[in-house]
Design a binder for this molecule. Structure first.
Ligand code: SAM
Length: 191
């Protein structure tokens, strides 16, 4: 991992150990490591502190996000509809040492996302793809200028309609990153 540095904390060691040991064990549509690393870097570089994740699954991306938030003093709300995955995520967050940075919600994001109280500065959207534009519209009013909305599995060949939608918004700057499974990274420039 690229977080090597002289001032490694006990938490850094615990998270790295967990990620290294579970590298080949993610079975529930979890993000590839490259995408986890990218989420971590975006949060730390921008000093984000109020994060939302839609689609926890068993917690791979959530661990990277929460690890980054442990550096910025932030907190993550993550939402999962499937009870088995939610319970596994809870156990994984605990083992990785990042549970203190996460509010893990077992809920239908279609219902919970519109009710979330903002403002937020970072969103990772990775649940049901047919709802991507709705999640964006729900959260946009709760994002301040400078915030970042990252959407997974978006590329020229995948969920491109979402890219077409966000890229025509005048107050967002959206780029596609293809290092992992494809991410649309949208920075809010103005209200
Ligand atoms: C691609 S996986 C998420 C992977 C996760 N971000 C990771 O890297 O470990 C998508 C998850 O979204 C969940 N999901 C689908 N529809 C949902 C909804 N309406 N509300 C909440 N979660 C939902 C699925 O159960 C699934 O676990």
């Amino acid at each position: 991992f690229s977080q090597e540095s002289g001032d490694e904390t006990d938490l850094d060691r615990q998270v790295k150990n967990f990620l290294e040991n579970s590298r080949n064990n993610w079975r529930d549509m979890n993000v590839p490591e490259a995408d986890g690393q990218l989420l971590y870097d975006i949060i730390v570089e921008n000093n984000y502190t109020r994060a939302v994740e839609i689609g926890t699954s068993t917690g791979h991306s959530g661990i990277w996000i929460a690890w980054a938030l442990s550096k910025t003093g932030g907190k993550l709300i993550t939402i999962e509809i499937n009870k088995r995955r939610y319970l596994e995520a809870l156990a994984n967050f605990k083992k990785a040492g990042v549970l203190a940075y996460i509010d893990v919600q077992l809920a239908d994001a279609h219902e919970l996302v519109p009710k979330l109280e903002g403002p937020f500065d970072f969103v990772f959207s990775d649940a049901d793809k047919s709802w991507y534009i709705n999640y964006f519209k729900n959260l946009d009013p709760k994002l301040e200028p400078g915030a970042c909305f990252v959407t997974h599995n978006v590329s020229r060949h995948n969920n491109y309609n979402f890219y077409e939608y966000v890229s025509q918004l005048p107050n967002y700057k959206t780029t596609l990153d293809g290092r992992g499974a494809g991410m649309a990274i949208s920075y809010k420039k103005a209200d």
